[in-house]
Design a binder for this molecule. Structure first.
Ligand SMILES: Nc1ncnc2c1ncn2[C@@H]1O[C@H](COP(=O)(O)OP(=O)(O)OP(=O)(O)O)[C@@H](O)[C@H]1O
Length: 541
């Protein structure tokens, strides 16, 4: 509760203070209404026009003072969630690619959906916490005025109840945490269901084994831990219910014993107590919700910290470091190495690599599967930072400070490329005319149009999607181009166009072009062919 409250306070202390003040007024109006009703019941002859007017005023006061904090907090909690979403989104985009690959999508999605919803739902309940607290206080004052003796019975009972719940909440915390951990695994498996739907549909046995051994246990994990957590909440809730009647009985019979003639006072007392007890129970039970929000915030901050620690180049994010296109750009690898893993005995190292890419040069990278071609491509494009050695850009070492700017000299189409619906970040001058020309050259003009910088569709065949990615890359008009097995999904006609027209044209325009390929029919068209074997350059033609 503490951390969520602080977060809200930091977001807008003025709103939080206003919510507390107005919420307290709501609580006071509520308890005053109750006291008024109780007085009217105690002595019907005492009902005056003033009392009726006060009753109406208080009822309106309750409505207004309940509504305002709710409206304020729904805005505050949602803008807090929006701020956290943007922050995590920015961190994800700024974090090193390798860190994101290791983290996986599941935990990030769980935080962005499940945890943020929990935080919003709990924060939205803050007004009822404030109103509830004031109702309890107001009722206690009224009860003290009615009978101090009764209060001596009620206060210890409240203390015992709060103590029991505090102990219970501490015992329940691991159950809520277990439920939340199970959610992470469920998100991971749900991702497999969505991304692997074709493979699962095509293989009945794979599907049933996946369901039995992966998906169902993840679902069961969430069910089991959820039931355990909610069982304990229900048990405690009902124990509190029992306790309520116990206290009411204690007060009723205790007051009767202590004050045998005061029947109407006892009635008012018990009525106030019943009303107050409902709010008090609500307050105590909300400890559970706040504890869950605490766990959600903890997950959020763990992800934030892990992304922040891994993040080295955020300073440059979005700083508009678009390098001048007219400049001559060249890259040199000097003793560059990069490695993966190692604990399981499957370490893989690329390098040490010495390599140059100059303007107008067309280089083909060849090598067997797993020889390190894509890793080399990620190093070359600045997506991975070399472990040792240096990457020199126009003679200057690429470091955390200029890596973002360096990355912006590349247009790349990786094997697992992504297409955005909008043509974002592409220079808009003459865009439509140029785009239409490329659409024609890539034989896509009958499949889609570009309307207001947006593709009319991206639901195309794999080869066509790759051609659309090529269109985006060509429009970007960057100094360097990298294509990771682009032609693998193209028909023979387009392979010819790619190798005999598009690549030579790019090189002729002074672009440095690197092509990862297995198409040995076209090797002679490259200025240089470099070959990788187990991460090392073995031959250069
Ligand atoms: N994200 C990763 N995590 C751990 N190891 C990885 C990762 N990516 C690649 N590797 C390791 O690096 C090796 C080289 O992978 P890379 O993708 O660079 O090969 P490649 O030559 O592009 O292969 P292919 O022709 O199959 O695309 C792999 O054998 C694998 O062991």
């Amino acid at each position: 509760m503490h951390s969520l409250f602080l977060l809200l306070l930091r977001r807008s202390s003025a709103s939080v203070i206003l919510i507390i003040v107005i919420g307290s007024i709501a609580g006071l109006c509520n308890s005053s209404l109750l006291a008024l009703i109780s007085e009217a019941l105690r002595d019907r002859a005492s009902v005056t026009t003033m009392m009726i007017a006060a009753f109406l005023a208080l009822s309106l006061g309750v409505m207004a003072s309940n509504l305002l904090p709710e409206l304020l907090l729904s805005r505050l909690s949602r803008s807090l969630a929006a701020e956290l979403r943007l922050r995590i989104g920015r961190r994800v985009l700024a974090a090193p690619l390798r860190h994101l690959e290791t983290l996986g999508h599941g935990p990030v999605l769980a935080v962005l959906t499940h945890d943020l919803q929990t935080v919003v739902a709990t924060a939205t309940a803050l007004p009822s916490l404030v109103v509830g607290s004031t109702i309890v206080l107001g009722c206690l004052v009224y009860m003290a005025w009615l009978s101090l003796q009764g209060l001596l019975l009620v206060l210890p009972a409240m203390a015992v109840l709060a103590g029991i719940y505090a102990v219970g909440a501490r015992k329940m915390a691991p159950l809520w945490r277990a439920e939340r951990d199970a959610q992470d695994e469920l998100y991971r498996q749900q991702q497999h269901v969505l991304e692997g739907v074709k493979e699962l549909k095509l293989h009945e046995r794979r599907r049933s084994e996946f369901f039995e051994h992966d998906f169902a246990p993840a679902v069961e994990g969430v069910r089991r831990t959820g039931v355990r957590a909610s069982d304990s909440v229900a048990t405690f809730g009902n124990f509190l219910h029992f306790f309520t009647w116990l206290v009411l009985g204690l007060v009723l019979f205790g007051l009767n014993l202590m004050n045998p003639d005061g029947t109407s006072a006892t009635q008012g007392y018990v009525m106030t107590l019943m009303y107050m007890w409902g709010s008090f129970r609500g307050l105590i039970e909300s400890i559970g919700r706040w504890a869950q929000a605490g766990i959600a915030l903890e997950k959020l901050s763990q992800l934030d910290v892990s992304l922040t620690e891994a993040l080295k180049d955020e300073a440059a994010l979005g700083s508009g470091l678009e390098p001048a296109r007219s400049e001559r750009h060249e890259v040199r690898f000097s003793g560059v190495t990069y490695s993966f893993g190692g604990q399981d005995g499957h370490a893989f190292r690329v390098g040490p690599l010495d390599l140059e890419l100059r303007p107008g040069e067309l280089i083909f990278v060849v090598g067997g599967n797993g020889s390190g071609k894509t890793t080399l491509a990620k190093l070359l494009t600045g997506l991975y930072a070399p472990e040792t050695g240096q990457l020199l850009w126009n003679g200057v070492a690429v470091t955390d400070e200029n890596r973002e700017a360096y990355r912006n000299t590349f247009s790349a189409i990786f094997a697992d490329f992504h297409l955005f619906e909008h043509l974002r970040g592409v220079p808009s001058e003459g865009l439509t005319k140029q785009a239409e020309e490329y659409l024609r050259r890539l034989s896509l003009e009958k499949k889609l149009q570009i309307v207001d910088g947006r593709f009319s569709t991206t639901n195309l065949s794999t080869g066509q999607r790759k051609r659309l990615a090529m269109l985006v890359a060509l429009l970007e008009d960057r100094p360097f181009y990298l294509f990771d097995e682009w032609a693998a999904d193209q028909d023979p006609e387009f392979r010819e166009i790619f190798y005999r027209q598009l690549l030579p044209e790019l090189a002729a325009r002074g672009k440095g072009v690197v092509v990862i390929t297995h198409d040995d029919r076209f090797f002679h068209l490259a200025h240089r062919v470099i070959k990788l074997e187990y991460g090392r350059l073995v031959a250069a033609a």
